[in-house]
Unconditional design. Structure first.
Length: 481
């Protein structure tokens, strides 16, 4: 891996942001919307403003919490071959999750996601080599009260990779834990090899909703990694300056880290500052601008250098509603910039229009892009063997080095071979149908959906999941917790 990472912020600037974060904690605080969580904060040593839901956090609590933060931890897959350690310097890819709409692969029309789409999206991720973490498209066929649970079940059935998911209904939380424990083979196995990462968000400006605090407590209890995603909008829910919204995002997430570490020391947590930039000319919150990418890169530095935490950043990411040149440009710099800064996870493969839409062909294109970015981040070795003195010397007499021992020994070294990029001469490209990269991506999606078979769930676990879903459908649809 490249030793000298790209840095947007200086060491002094990182310290300045942290010091200002502490000032906001002590003078402004965080609005904690759940009464039980406010009482917990006070018990931990924070101060509640009189006649307010606002919690003021002293620096000593922050210092205490940061001592137990984990810089790396294991993320498990249903198949143990998909286990990995996050935070050790390796780059991992995660597809874009969250939307309930997809672009139909054949018609190109935007429509609601079906159960089949949810299954196919997970199945594609299961097959892709550079996407190690699976996130869902939320099918719209199930009842809203249990849609997130049915989606998680669909994920477990169609991929054996690690899963990143968030609640749509806060009352689903205990069922999420139960389902993950069923697939893991029990709570102890879930704790040692957590098969899921939960994602939850503060609400800008400076609010911690009940679902966030409850998820922190549940994930801490069961050792499930929690990704903290903060998305203030510059000039709207955050300061208009990039530095100001970076500060706000840092305050919102670090407060959640402090709460998590004080209630369950050592719980695995992931920074995910994903700040949106308001285009004041059109009133649209951008996600794919170069300013967004600068903020993403700076956020990586804060997570890694100030708090020594794993960090998950958007990239590939684009504002384009379709898979076009704009998507290609934005996805590329949005992936390469945070990668060279040292990000642990690149998230967003398959997303279009700022994460509102999923496109299966874009998913396989972005998977290849993440592979290229990972290769770029590796750099290359420079030593006696790699410099190839004998090859240079012999080239004077041989005229070429195609059959030289040095060539035969190393021609496969560190070479990323893309599957969708074409390097054919024009005549050969035309003979094969003059297909664009998008055309080839569509072909690859069809091929994978027909030919890739994920490892099936154990029958006993499938039965338990079905029983759990039936119970949740009955209780949650009737408002019973």
């Amino acid at each position: 891996m490249i030793d000298n990472k790209w840095r947007i912020l200086s060491g002094n600037q990182i310290n300045q942001i942290h010091e200002m974060t502490l000032r906001v904690f002590s003078e402004v605080g965080i609005e904690v919307l759940q009464e039980k969580a406010r009482r917990t904060w006070v018990d931990l040593g924070a101060k509640q403003e009189k006649d307010s839901k606002r919690i003021l956090i002293p620096p000593a609590l922050v210092e205490k919490a940061l001592k137990t933060v984990k810089s790396d931890f294991t993320c498990g897959g249903r198949d143990e071959k998909n286990d990995f350690v996050l935070g050790k310097g390796k780059l991992f890819g995660r597809n874009g999750g969250g939307p309930g709409q997809v672009i139909d692969l054949d018609s190109g029309e935007l429509r609601n996601a079906t159960r089949e789409d949810s299954a196919n999206y997970a199945k594609l991720v299961d097959a892709l080599p550079n996407t190690q973490i699976a996130a869902p498209v939320y099918e719209q066929d199930s009842k809203p009260e249990t849609r997130d649970l049915h989606t998680l079940a669909m994920m477990f059935r169609n991929t054996s990779k690690h899963i990143n998911i968030r609640l749509l209904n806060p009352q689903s939380l205990p069922y999420f834990i139960q389902m993950a424990a069923i697939v893991s083979g029990g709570e102890e196995n879930l704790r040692s090899r957590p098969l899921i990462t939960m994602l939850e968000s503060p609400v800008a400006p400076l609010k911690h909703p009940e679902v966030l605090t409850e998820t922190i407590l549940a994930c801490g209890k069961y050792g499930i990694p929690l990704e903290l995603c903060s998305m203030p909008i510059t000039g709207a829910t955050g300061p208009v300056t990039l530095a100001g919204s970076l500060l706000m995002s840092n305050v919102e997430m670090l407060a959640a880290v402090v709460f998590g570490q004080l209630t369950n020391p050592g719980m695995p947590m992931i920074f995910a500052p994903r700040i949106m930039v308001m285009d004041m000319a059109i009133g649209y919150a951008l996600t794919g601008s170069v300013e967004n990418a600068l903020l993403v890169t700076a956020g990586v530095q804060l997570a890694k250098e100030a708090y020594h935490m794993p960090v998950n950043m958007h990239g590939p990411y684009t504002d384009s509603p379709t898979s076009d040149c704009q998507a290609g440009i934005e996805n590329t710099y949005f992936s390469l910039m945070p990668a060279i800064a040292g990000v642990d996870i690149l998230t967003g493969a398959g997303h279009l229009q700022g994460g509102l839409v999923v496109n299966f062909a874009q998913l396989v294109i972005d998977d290849e892009l993440v592979g290229m970015v990972d290769r770029a981040r590796e750099g290359f070795a420079v030593d006696e063997e790699m410099l190839g003195f004998e090859a240079v010397k012999d080239s004077v007499t041989t005229g070429n080095l195609l059959t030289h021992p040095h060539t035969l020994k190393h021609y496969r070294d560190n070479t990323f071979r893309p599957k969708l990029v074409t390097r054919l001469a024009r005549a050969n490209w035309m003979a094969e149908g003059s297909k664009t990269m998008f055309d080839r991506a569509v072909d690859k999606v069809h091929h994978l959906l027909v030919n890739h078979v994920p490892n099936p769930l154990d029958e006993g676990k499938e039965k338990q999941i079905s029983e759990l879903l039936n119970e949740a459908d009955k209780k949650l649809s009737q408002g019973v917790n």
